[in-house]
Design a protein around this ligand. Structure first.
Ligand SMILES: [Zn+2]
Length: 262
């Protein structure tokens, strides 16, 4: 029903106004998720693109950003993700939280996951045990203050922590399965190409919101992969979708693949 007609009818027949705000399109989410077969009479009316979307398995991928927040680049990234309806995960350096609390709150409010990348980006695998605990807890305290209580999953700087030190960590730890080396390339087109070349459903992509070229690349990656039928979800959502319960102290490259700690 056209909105104007609906509003008119609402006036005449006292329909609840909310009824007019409902989408005109039928809700096909059950069909899309494979929960129901598509009735033949609907199937005949769908255009080819919609049909392909319904028949294909949904594809999910997680973008992760390390080493922020940084006011200018992270703000631009959040604006772009919001515009595109894409969620991401931010592994934040604790000492960069003071002064950027608003960005952390914005991440949470806009459906992103906030994670811990230690207080000062130390090499955990060689740090002494007390330093490991202190670095993780100090960042956690700042994140809790900015974002409220929560579980802030850890991404060890450089992706390494070692088995002995991993026992000190009381959250899941996240590595990655696609690394375009954006910090080294500092070139949007090369980063986009490296990711599009490698990406598969269920991947965890490593990027850094600290670099302007990486923000440009991330937004183009979202545009290109969304066109290809991908949905961008947080790491936590990716685990939930794949039915994997992540364990504390375990380092995951993807929900279905752990990584050796040494
Ligand atoms: Zn880092």
């Amino acid at each position: 029903m056209k909105k104007a007609v609906c509003t008119f009818l609402a006036g005449v027949f006292l329909l609840p106004a909310a009824a007019c705000a409902r989408p005109v399109e039928p809700d096909l989410s059950d069909y899309a998720s494979g929960m129901a077969e598509i009735p033949v009479e609907i199937l005949g009316e769908l255009d080819e693109e919609t049909l392909a979307d319904l028949v294909e398995e949904p594809k999910y991928v997680a973008l992760t950003f390390d080493d922020g927040p940084r006011e200018d680049t992270t703000t631009r990234l959040l604006d772009g993700l919001l515009e595109r309806g894409a969620a991401a995960t931010f592994f934040v350096i604790g000492q960069q939280v003071p002064g950027n609390e608003g960005l952390i709150r914005r991440m949470k409010a806009e459906g992103h996951q906030v994670g811990n990348h230690t207080y000062s980006h130390v090499r955990l695998i060689t740090a002494d045990m007390d330093t490991v605990v202190e670095e993780v807890h100090k960042a956690e305290a700042l994140l809790t203050e900015a974002a409220g209580e929560g579980s802030f999953w850890l991404r060890p700087p450089y992706g390494r922590i070692g088995a002995e030190r991993a026992e000190l960590i009381h959250t899941p730890m996240i590595y990655w399965s696609v690394d375009p080396q954006d910090w080294k390339l500092l070139n949007k087109d090369k980063v986009v190409a490296a990711v599009l070349d490698a990406v598969r459903p269920g991947d965890i992509i490593l990027l850094h919101d600290f670099y302007s070229t990486s923000v440009d690349a991330a937004l183009e990656i979202v545009d290109r992969l969304q066109k290809d039928g991908y949905d961008f979800v947080t790491v936590e959502e990716l685990f939930r979708i794949q039915g994997v319960e992540p364990q504390a102290g375990v380092l995951y490259a993807r929900p279905d693949r752990t990584r050796s700690l040494d």
